[in-house]
Design a protein around this ligand. Structure first.
Ligand code: GLA
Length: 388
């Protein structure tokens, strides 16, 4: 855990003035995977791991940032855009700053000192936490008093698209911007509205398992899945002959797909099936969670995992093993891979008293089969970006 007061003191020692403090969280997605870039539904929550930034405004247009995590500094000038895709963390920070300027935010130069306890590269959206902490800090230090959080999220996503080179959806940045304590967000990724779903967990909790594996494929396979979905929409529009035609897989029902799948390439049909059924599962899961029906929620989480594994093919042996090891245990409602896939984390909803037993069972399986020791985070739903 980060000690925000220590970060304040360190800033004061380095810059000789009192900073303002900002932070944004990582996230875990309960259900609704690979649906965001199909205009669909997702249900993530912000977690109790955050990126903190101590900062103060400068009189010029330079932004100086130092990370305590990797003991590294970057600098850029808002008046002179740097190159995109430098392959370092400057892409996230300068990309976000540029996107804020393009959206009309009045931002100025700043000194920023940052520290994070969102594990990097684990699939818990450390990059969105960084983007949103930067966005919130720069917009606030620029003098804004009312921040449009959706615009901040879009700025973070634009940094990924244009500076980092990842064609991600909006889920991670959205929940880092708009997360709320005690709730999951049912996000409509087309309208960019959300419905707050209170986490009615009773004696249960949310357990994240970081398998600590990351397969190389992830970003090329992610972009390939997006293209397959787009190709699917074009085929479905031609087959269905509807007016207006479907704009995204969000506009396609399971019955539509059943009617057309036989005339589509089987791989594309399977990709589409995952997205179409996952949207339906996500809406149903939100309704069950709202009622506190964890058995139904858990069954949908398990079905989501099977669909990601079999139809969307973004799971991997380690994730499948972690999910299988959890699913066999008493006290477990449901378990699935979470995030983009090809490694990273699983999310499990289970009784609190089962956490140690389930963690031990997963550890045993991953150690004996893959020689990998996972780490676990029992987490709660927390606030999105804020001034601390
Ligand atoms: C990554 C992306 C998100 C989303 C998930 C899959 O986390 O950043 O936009 O597409 O994968 O659900």
């Amino acid at each position: 855990m980060i000690d925000p007061d220590r970060l304040r003191r360190q800033f004061e020692a380095e810059y000789g003035e009192k900073p303002r403090l900002f932070s944004a969280p990582g996230r875990v997605n309960l259900i609704g995977e690979h649906t965001d870039y199909n205009d669909g539904y997702v249900m993530p929550m912000a977690i109790d791991r955050r990126t903190y930034i101590a900062g103060s405004a400068r009189r010029d247009s330079r932004v100086l940032v130092r990370s305590l995590n990797i003991d590294s500094s970057i600098e850029f000038d808002l008046a002179h855009p740097g190159p995109t895709r430098r392959g370092s963390w400057i892409d996230y920070v300068e990309g976000t700053a540029r996107a804020l300027l393009e959206r009309g935010f009045d931002i100025r130069g700043a000194n920023l000192l940052l520290e994070s306890d969102v594990p990097a590269g684990a699939g818990l959206s450390a990059s969105a936490a960084l983007e949103l902490a930067v966005a919130y800090a720069l917009a606030s230090l620029g003098g804004a008093t009312h921040l449009d959080r959706v615009q901040l999220a879009l700025a973070g996503q634009a940094a990924e698209h244009h500076y980092v080179g990842t064609l991600c959806g909006i889920m991670d940045q959205y929940v880092a911007a708009l997360g709320q304590s005690g709730i999951a967000l049912l996000i409509d990724c087309r309208s960019l509205d959300f419905t707050p779903i209170p986490l009615q967990l009773g004696s249960a909790c949310v357990l994240i398992c970081d398998t600590r594996v990351k397969h190389e494929l992830s970003s090329s396979a992610y972009n390939e899945r997006r293209q397959q979905c787009e190709a699917g929409v074009v085929m479905l529009a031609a087959e269905l002959g509807r007016d207006p035609p479907p704009r995204a897989l969000r506009d396609v029902s399971e019955a539509d797909l059943d009617a057309c799948a036989g005339r589509m390439p089987p791989l594309i049909a399977r990709r589409c099936r995952h997205v179409v059924t996952e949207n339906a599962r996500t809406l149903a899961a939100a309704a069950h969670l709202k009622r506190g029906d964890l058995l139904e929620l858990g069954a949908l989480m398990s079905a989501s995992h099977a669909s990601l594994r079999d139809d969307y093919e973004v799971s991997c042996a380690e994730l499948d093993e972690a999910v299988a090891a959890a699913s066999g245990q008493p006290g477990v409602y449901g378990s699935r891979m979470t995030g983009g896939g090809f490694g990273g984390c699983t999310v499990t909803v289970l009784e609190r008293e089962a956490v140690d037993r389930v963690s031990a069972a997963i550890t045993h399986q991953l150690e004996s089969r893959f020689d990998k020791t996972p780490r676990f985070f029992a987490t709660q739903a927390c606030d999105g970006a804020r001034e601390d």
